[in-house]
Design a protein around this ligand. Sequence first.
Ligand code: SF4
Length: 178
Amino acid sequence: MSIRTYLQDHPAPLVWAWQLAEKILPRMRPLFERLGMERSSAIVKLPEEIFKGSIFNCQDCAQCILHYNGMTCPMNCPKQLRNGPCGGVRLNGKCEVKPEMDCVWVKGYERSRKTRYAHEFYRLNPPVDWRLDGLASWVTFAMGRDQITTGAENGIRYATEAVRTGRKPAPAAPKEEK
Ligand code: SF4
């Protein structure tokens, strides 16, 4: 087992690191705003890549939902799905496209049970805003730019809620320009 897999299978320290980041990053917002998103990203990108690239194989989507998915990066899914596995996931939990690979959503579910964010696994995640691709997620998070308007606007934030109430998410509002 690789160190990366071991760490992700025992996510407690990673969750702790996320909680720390959740506290610290918003304090950086004034600085990031002064520098601008692009310039701030250029500065922050290297440490972010070293940390998140080596542990999570981060793909730089800049809208991080690691902590909703058992500290497992969903962008490693060959189909880059953001809301659970596709219908092709194999009975042994392997990927339909890459049979040698564990489905990131199966792993995410298992690992999420070991975190305090287990309920967040059922969140309805918005589609990726590709205009942010390649920016630093630490910056987009601090600036609140990782949250785009979604169908969750009418109050439905979790798939479980949509199933329970039968309400459908409202259509997405037009996105703001970058
Ligand atoms: S920023 Fe995107 S690609 Fe990187 S770890 Fe988070 S979800 Fe994965």
